[in-house]
Write a protein that binds this ligand. Structure first.
Ligand SMILES: Nc1ncnc2c1ncn2[C@@H]1O[C@H](COP(=O)(O)OP(=O)(O)O)[C@@H](O)[C@H]1O
Ligand SMILES: Nc1ccn([C@H]2C[C@H](O)[C@@H](COP(=O)(O)OP(=O)(O)O)O2)c(=O)n1
Length: 244
């Protein structure tokens, strides 16, 4: 039976946060449900939400817009400190701007998706964005749910709760293709190949690759509904809050 789809909006009974602030790190490959799950968990628990992939996409969009060849590592490294990236962390209305301009649409283009792994492999880019992410997490009044590839391993290694989401390549490709508006077999296959290629690049880079932290709880979402994944993570966070 197809999984009932819960969006951040339908999951969001934005509760005022109670108890101590907790830091939650959610990592995993593309299409495992990090963004939708993290948004909903943050909304339910009255916490902030940070989509770190959006920040790497914003950096990539800025490089493309400014005529920088993303395969020229030295040029990307030199420019990395120039864009001003600002992330809005309300899970009900997350936002991202670059130099004051709304970047939420342009960062999702196929060109940015194709180039983001190259840009995010550059150590200077990671240093700039990691610093930004830590400052956002430190300023979150009721704690934060931050999702990405290296949150539990590098950005917030002392996070209270760490989750690593996985799912089969088939499930991930089907989810992404659905979002892109085509479930035709050839389109799903092409999406699957693109996902696998990006995962390999993200896992294989030298600086803070996509990886499961040793102390992360792994959840395979292949056969779980979005609501089931959200419930599991909320339970982990509530358990941690109770113990604090
Ligand atoms: N457990 C799940 N079951 C079915 N669909 C899901 C599940 N988790 C996420 N999705 C859907 O898959 C797509 C990709 O999810 P997303 O949260 O963007 O993944 P990620 O951030 O890991 O790339 C979205 O359309 C989302 O609604
Ligand atoms: N913490 C992070 C988050 C994302 N990245 C990089 C690697 C990813 O392929 C891109 C885009 O991330 P994003 O989460 O938007 O990717 P999805 O298309 O949602 O799977 O950014 C990263 O290197 N480190």
């Amino acid at each position: 039976m197809p999984a009932p789809v819960e969006t951040a909006a339908t999951a969001a009974t934005t509760a005022p946060a109670t108890g101590p602030a907790v830091i939650v790190a959610i990592d995993g490959p593309s299409g495992t449900g990090k963004s939708s799950t993290s948004k909903a968990v943050a909304a339910r628990l009255g916490m902030s939400f940070l989509d770190t992939g959006a920040q790497y996409r914003a950096m990539t969009w800025w490089m493309i817009s400014n005529g920088i060849d993303v395969t020229d590592t030295a040029a990307v490294a030199t420019a990395a400190h120039k864009p001003v990236i600002d992330s809005g962390t309300d899970p009900a209305a997350p936002s991202i701007t670059v130099d004051g301009a709304d970047a939420s649409g342009p960062i999702r283009t196929p060109e940015v998706t194709a180039k983001v792994s190259a840009v995010s492999a550059v150590p200077e880019v990671r240093a700039v964005i990691t610093r930004l992410q830590r400052s956002i997490a430190a300023a979150a009044p009721h704690g934060i749910v931050a999702e990405g590839r290296d949150i539990g391993t590098t950005v917030l290694p002392d996070a209270d709760v760490k989750v690593f989401l996985t799912a089969s390549a088939e499930a991930r490709a089907a989810r992404r293709s659905g979002e892109l508006g085509s479930t035709a077999t050839a389109d799903v296959a092409a999406t699957r190949e693109a996902l696998i290629k990006r995962d390999a690049a993200d896992s294989g880079r030298k600086t803070s690759p996509l990886a499961k932290a040793g102390d992360a709880t792994e959840i395979d979402t292949t056969d779980l509904t979005l609501v089931q994944v959200i419930d599991r993570i909320v339970a982990l966070v509530e358990e941690k809050r109770a113990a604090k």
